[in-house]
Design a protein around this ligand. Sequence first.
Ligand code: ACO
Length: 209
Amino acid sequence: RHPGWPARLGPLITARGAVALRPPRLRDGAAWSRIRLQDRAYLQEWEPTVVGGWQERNARMAWPAQWSALRGMARRGQALPFSITVDGDFAGQLTVGNIVRGALRSGWIGYWVASRLAGGGIATAAVALAVDHCFGAVGLHRLEATVRPENQPSVRVLEKSGFRREGLFHRYLDVAGAWRDHYVYALTIEEIPGGAVHRLIESGGASRP
Ligand code: ACO
């Protein structure tokens, strides 16, 4: 067993509803596929290029294999894969990946939220819940996030969450069919005394139920 997994986090109340994180379920497949097929243009711009094409990769039938891969990584302590729910319904995903322990105790964070629900503080609330969990029960010291400079909504999510821009990775990731520059953002535990949820609530971005 790995510290901090499995976990259920939240809820936090936002303008769009109650945001919570829980491990992915096999029955998330229907909503996951429906949203990802509908939101293809909105998601594809920012996500790593996939082998096999969007349609096949995000078909309902593709979920069991992805769910199982995520579960496997979580069991090995390599990742914390969460489904984001809003008022109990599947609304997106947040994953802490590449978890390294030892003297580094670090991981990266990534997320997406259904376009229908965007702009209501859901991703920011989800990130705050994940940050506090990573720096608490999971025992990490540093979180990183990479984002394309053009992805202003995601840059805002990171900045609202207290992440600092540390630099630019040149031609870093194969996204939307080309090698894209990415900003690297980071946050260490010392920078967020009192925690990310506390900070978000103080700033008026969410409240406790
Ligand atoms: N230009 C500038 N700011 C914008 C724009 C825009 N076009 N659109 C939205 N914003 C702002 C919003 O106003 C808000 O900031 P504010 O609170 O200061 O007003 C912020 O961006 C979005 O914050 P939230 O509402 O907390 O985030 P949301 O729930 O909308 O989710 C997300 C943001 C996850 C980036 C969503 O848009 C999404 O899923 N996009 C597609 C996938 C994606 O880009 N994922 C992130 C990849 S990078 C990474 O994972 C580290």
